[in-house]
Design a protein around this ligand. Structure first.
Ligand code: F3S
Length: 464
């Protein structure tokens, strides 16, 4: 995901130290880091610009999760490096997950980059740029084990739309899923922020106009397991729902195996917590789930979803599925297809397995071989097709209903339509509501009657 930064929010500092253009790639957790870097830069009198050609410093905060993300990061670095000739570029800075993973290789292969900053050092961006300007840096690569997590006091610029923001509640992951490199990049220990710190940051965001808070972490259900503050996800949710003028709290990345009944009850009871759950399942066959080290069976996943549906019948689910993991067979794939057909989840992201060096799945592939690319592609296409029919069926069931919609601006499809989301649609990853009748301001909550269902989007009109 490439994030476009909102220029209205980032550009304005009178004492010009250096002008910085920023590109944020990867996931929302990385976006929060980018926003913290921007906040630190701006509060230290750097000027943030939305024009790459006028910037003397360009920072690319990279992703390194799978091949396509690495390619996007590398392409962006090359694309930005041309501003040395075509613009005012003096410092090309690459930060984030790709640096954390490949610092040594990048230093050799990308001499055009002036500074590499890993995920453990991103909070030092101001100090490193200042030292560089004074010629005081002895090396250009700064990578350390990630231990930092920002607090409510750390400056941060919410670069997205005014009415929605991400709240990073913890960082690091102890899961060790076989296919995933993220613990290497973000730390093998969970570090949770305190409820107080999160509530203070949430209040600040809400006072700036945020109506929707998207809770993110590598795994929300592991919030508090580090026992730094002796607080749990349930404590946090109970505190956040008290915030006045906050309308929606959305939970992203809640693994199915550690979901407590207490949290389910809070979600069911509290109106502000949207009945939407982003719960990564990854596969629908026990043998492959074991190879993936997911520590849960398909039966347990079914039971978890059933109990959530029992307590919140209106719950909307999003999940991820990986096809082509080493050890996947025709049988395990067919089981997964059936599993998805049975569960009828609302939104499913299908990914083709990406061979990532340094992971147990990589070593497994070396031993038993990989699933051929054509096979993975075929399975990917089939699951996408299956899910499209499920999502469309669910959308059709919405026709005639009147729901609250958060208006987000003009539609990307046409200036004649407004666009928004209902509680069952998350920013960027799910479909949208297209509004073809009625007027509303950006950030306004309006009632919309759904008049038509498209495969992923819905069409409707504003009603009193
Ligand atoms: Fe990518 Fe790093 Fe996020 S690898 S998905 S930016 S945690």
């Amino acid at each position: 995901m490439t994030t476009k930064l909102n220029p209205e929010k980032i550009n304005h500092s009178n004492t010009l130290q250096s002008s910085v253009y920023f590109v944020s790639l990867g996931c929302p957790k990385n976006l929060v880091d980018s926003q913290v870097m921007l906040g630190l830069l701006k509060s230290n009198k750097f000027q943030i610009t939305e024009e790459a050609e006028t910037a003397d410093t360009i920072i690319i905060n990279t992703c390194s999760f799978i091949d396509s993300a690495k390619k996007e990061s590398i392409d962006t670095i090359f694309e930005m490096s041309r501003f040395r000739e075509e613009g005012a570029l003096k410092n090309l800075v690459v930060s984030g997950c790709m640096v954390q993973r490949y610092a040594k290789e990048l230093e050799v292969e990308m001499p055009e980059v002036d500074l590499f900053i890993g995920t453990g050092e991103y909070h030092r961006v101001v100090e490193l740029l200042q030292k560089k300007a004074l010629g005081k840096l002895k090396t250009k690569t700064f990578v350390d084990i990630p231990t930092f997590i920002h607090t409510a006091e750390t400056p941060r610029i919410n670069t997205g739309l005014n009415h929605s923001a991400f709240l990073k509640i913890s960082e690091g992951c102890v899961r060790n899923c076989s296919f995933c490199i993220i613990p290497e990049l973000r730390g093998h220990k969970v570090r949770s922020r305190s409820v107080d710190s999160l509530v203070s940051e949430a209040k600040k965001l809400v006072s700036d106009g945020v109506k929707e808070l998207n809770l993110v972490a590598q795994d929300l259900t592991h919030y508090g397991i580090d026992n730094n503050y002796n607080e749990t996800l349930a404590d946090l949710l109970r505190a956040l729902v008290q915030i006045k003028d906050l309308h929606w709290i959305r939970l992203h990345y809640a693994y199915p195996d550690n979901f407590t009944d207490e949290v389910i009850d809070i979600i069911a009871k509290e109106e502000k917590i949207v009945k939407y759950l982003d719960m990564p399942i990854q596969y629908g066959d026990d043998k492959v789930l074991k190879l993936m080290n997911r520590r849960i069976t398909t039966q347990q996943i079914r039971e978890r979803i059933e109990s959530l549906r029992k307590k919140c019948p209106e719950m909307v689910f999003r999940t991820n599925i990986i096809v082509g993991h080493p050890g996947e067979t025709e049988e395990s794939y067919q089981n997964t297809k059936q599993f998805l057909a049975d569960l009828e989840l609302d939104h499913v992201g299908v990914f083709k397995y990406s061979l990532e060096e340094g992971t147990p799945s990589f070593r497994l592939a070396e031993k038993i071989g990989s699933v051929p690319e054509e096979q993975s592609q075929k399975r990917y296409n089939e699951l996408m097709e299956l899910q499209q029919s499920i999502s469309w069926k669910k959308n059709k069931a919405m026709v005639g209903k009147t729901i609250y919609v958060l208006v987000e601006g003009l539609s990307r499809e046409s200036d004649l339509l407004l666009q928004g989301r209902w509680a069952g649609q998350a920013q960027e990853i799910d479909g949208v509501i297209l509004i073809n009748d009625g007027d509303a301001k950006v950030g306004e909550m309006v009632k919309v009657e759904i008049t038509e269902a498209l495969p992923y989007d819905l069409l409707g009109r504003i009603v009193p």
